[in-house]
Write a protein that binds this ligand. Structure first.
Ligand code: CA
Length: 705
């Protein structure tokens, strides 16, 4: 609207206003992102209008100015440093010279895409206590554009429409029940004038769903629940009544899970939306659904009608999930020739380690093969479409060391597809874990509800065992041939949890790493051609665009995210600082990053005097209540405070902070309702003891000073 109002003359104004009501491109109003532009985004290679550039979410750009012949000369064009820390996961969008992206705590930024100048920023003021409801850091994966608006989902469950020119709020709706522990970290998608948004919280008490809102007004149009509710109440639709027959016990008491926290992919040709559905609440099926059952639609891809949200088909990747094997990962559409036949497929590499090619018209499984080390199933039975599980994969007879495990063979980091090379680039990893059932499950309103022993997946303190484990943990960029279902090439990286991928017609693949490099490879052979040190992890999906005839490659850089805050020593191997910045590169760039100031020496810890019993209680409580943010085994990778290295004032205020909430404003809530002083004293004793333990650091990656 705003673009119209700027034009002078009464008749012009009226004509343009009426034209704006129809979703058509307006001459001279380049900032209006119409439905037609979103559908035809491939015809605008200079822009990046949708989350995966085009609706097929291939993250492939036809731009060739930067190519395999000249990428070695790629230089930093600009960097925009943000005054925040913690994880950055957003894919920036770029429309007509303006970049729109998100940072920590659901903040939105509009940036001049050529200069890096901040045009406006919007802080939705998410309450600090919401931080502990985020399983995996206070991250956000980006915005959606439509007309003259920018849409963001916030950590506290709001969907907000902003004016793209000014960053001022147009409308805001609460999409989740505020009293529950739902969050939003995923990017909204705009489909035919509707904004689609999912949510997260399946580690806590959520029942997953996706909602469509009128993009113009915020009015709710449809909602699709991914799991059935209390069967004594009316079901929202007939498919949920059918789904309820695959559940047992009283799953609805915990929410059930099945949140759609990332992949929502629209298919304009079939008018379907494919939803990637997450794990159950709690993870352990024997707690959640004690009589067994597939627990639909957990860990499934569900196709729904884009206009109505009505169920069309589903494919379940992990029936009766008990490992946190979400199928929320990137869903990518392509038309592939398979056995001489043209097939409309979707492709996904979910956490469970199998790469799936599925007919997206009807959900028929076409092929599935392991893309990483897999030991929980031998293969997918193509007759039934179900995994064939190995003995004790469900840890029913004691501990099971599973590959993959909850971090996934592939997580949220977007893949990319190069249609010419015929390859899908997967940020893949081996991060095995030990699963063991908790002795007595108690539903928690403040910690995670996994139904697992809270300490079992923690890194053992014995350096010799750590050395053995460190050899099993791997990260790599995998160029996967989806027709042949095999790797064409693989680049092994220093540690796991590396960045999203971008493919270009310049025969290039770009990927960031957790150890801070942003790297370009040839798309066909995986030859490393160029790298830049971003001084912090580069985990998000990169984009490329063109302004005034010049091609840029840009990406969000920052440490944190689930891995960076939770993984303790394994996260520290990255050896990077917890900075937040946007970096953009061109062939003629002249910018440079400022040198890093040396880190101050950590304060010396108080004396360790506690007895072994107190330390053991502290270790248990630490891994129940603290490790998800402060790091496994009380080792922080520098994103949130390392409790081993606090100053004397903080030690003195320990109970006032941990139970009393004295650092509430910094996102540290008080746990008085959940912990006694004996618990917090024991946690204190444990972290002080850990401060006196030698810190194991294998020579995987030299820490950056
Ligand atoms: Ca999960």
């Amino acid at each position: 609207m705003r673009t119209c109002i700027f034009l002078s003359g009464f008749f012009t104004l009226c004509l343009l206003l009426s034209a704006c009501e129809r979703n058509e491109p307006q001459p001279g109003s380049a900032a209006i992102v119409t439905d037609a532009r979103l559908v035809n985004a491939d015809a605008e290679p200079h822009n990046w209008l949708n989350h995966g550039r085009t609706y097929n979410e291939q993250r492939f750009s036809p731009l060739t100015q930067i190519n395999d012949g000249n990428v070695a000369q790629l230089k930093l064009a600009w960097h925009l440093d943000l005054p925040t820390k913690r994880g950055l996961e957003a894919t920036p969008l770029m429309a007509d010279g303006r970049m729109y992206t998100t940072g920590t705590w659901s903040r939105v930024y509009a940036v001049d895409a050529a200069s890096g100048e901040m045009l406006w920023e919007y802080d939705p003021q998410v309450p600090p206590q919401k931080g502990i409801d985020a399983c995996c850091d206070v991250v956000n994966r980006g915005v959606a554009l439509w007309r003259d608006r920018v849409y963001v989902g916030t950590l506290d469950g709001r969907l907000i429409a902003l004016n793209a020119m000014s960053g001022t709020e147009v409308w805001s709706v609460q999409t989740t029940p505020s009293a529950r522990r739902y969050t939003i970290t995923g990017a909204p998608r705009v489909v035919n004038g509707k904004v689609l948004i999912g949510n997260g919280g399946a580690e806590f008490d959520a029942r997953g769903y996706v909602t469509a809102y009128d993009a113009a007004t915020g009015e709710q149009l449809w909602r699709f629940y991914t799991v059935p509710g209390d069967p004594s109440l009316p079901f929202e639709n007939p498919i949920l009544e059918q789904a309820a027959t695959t559940w047992t016990g009283e799953w609805w008491q915990y929410g059930g899970g099945g949140t759609v926290w990332d992949a929502i992919t629209y298919d304009p040709e079939l008018n379907l939306v494919y939803l990637g559905v997450g794990n159950g609440t709690p993870w352990n099926r024997r707690v959640r659904s004690p009589g067994g059952g597939d627990n639909l639609f957990l860990a499934s891809i569900v196709a729904v009608n884009a206009d109505t949200g009505a169920y069309v088909w589903h494919y379940q990747t992990a029936p009766g999930d008990t490992w946190d094997f979400t199928a929320t990962q990137h869903i990518m559409l392509a038309d592939l020739e398979l056995n001489g036949e043209a097939r409309k497929v979707l492709m996904q590499a979910p956490k469970n380690g199998f790469f799936y090619v599925i007919d997206r018209t009807d959900g028929e499984l076409l092929s599935a093969e392991p893309f990483v080390e897999v030991n929980w199933a031998t293969h997918i039975d193509m007759r039934t479409g179900r995994p064939v599980e190995t003995p004790n994969a469900r840890y029913q007879d004691g501990e099971f060391a599973s590959s993959p495990a909850a971090p996934g063979g592939h997580n949220w980091h977007p893949m990319a597809y190069h249609p010419g090379a015929g390859l899908v680039y997967i940020p893949a990893q081996d991060l095995p874990w030990v699963y063991k059932e908790v002795e007595q499950f108690e539903f928690s309103k403040v910690t995670t509800n996994t139904g697992l022993d809270p300490i079992i997946a923690s890194m053992p303190e014995d350096p010799a065992i750590q050395e053995e484990i460190s050899k099993l943990l791997k990260g790599y960029l995998l160029a996967w041939d989806p027709r042949e279902q095999k790797a064409r090439w693989t680049v092994e990286l220093p540690i796991a949890w590396n960045g999203g991928a971008l493919a270009t017609a310049g025969n290039l693949v770009f990927q960031g790493t957790s150890h801070g490099e942003f790297i370009a490879y040839t798309a066909d052979t995986g030859a490393r051609l160029w790298a830049h040190d971003a001084q912090t992890a580069v985990l998000a999906g990169p984009v490329t665009y063109q302004v005034d005839g010049k091609q840029y490659v840009a990406v969000m850089a920052g440490y944190g995210t689930a891995f960076g805050i939770e993984s303790g020593i394994v996260a520290k191997w990255a050896g990077v600082r917890a900075l937040n910045r946007i970096v953009a590169y061109t062939l003629d760039g002249t910018a440079e990053l400022p040198p890093l100031a040396p880190l101050p020496e950590p304060p010396l810890p108080p004396a360790h005097r506690a007895d072994a019993q107190t330390v053991a209680l502290g270790k248990l409580r630490y891994h129940q209540y603290c490790s998800r943010c402060h790091g496994d085994a009380s080792i922080s990778a520098g994103v949130l405070p390392d409790l081993r290295h606090l100053d004397a004032d903080t030690h003195a205020l320990w109970d006032a902070i941990v139970r009393g909430g004295a650092r509430f404003d910094q996102g540290m809530p008080g746990f008085a309702a959940h912990l006694e002083q004996t618990d917090t004293d024991a946690i204190h004793a444990y972290v002080i003891k850990r401060a006196h333990d030698p810190e194991y650091m294998p020579a995987k990656q030299e820490p950056r000073k």
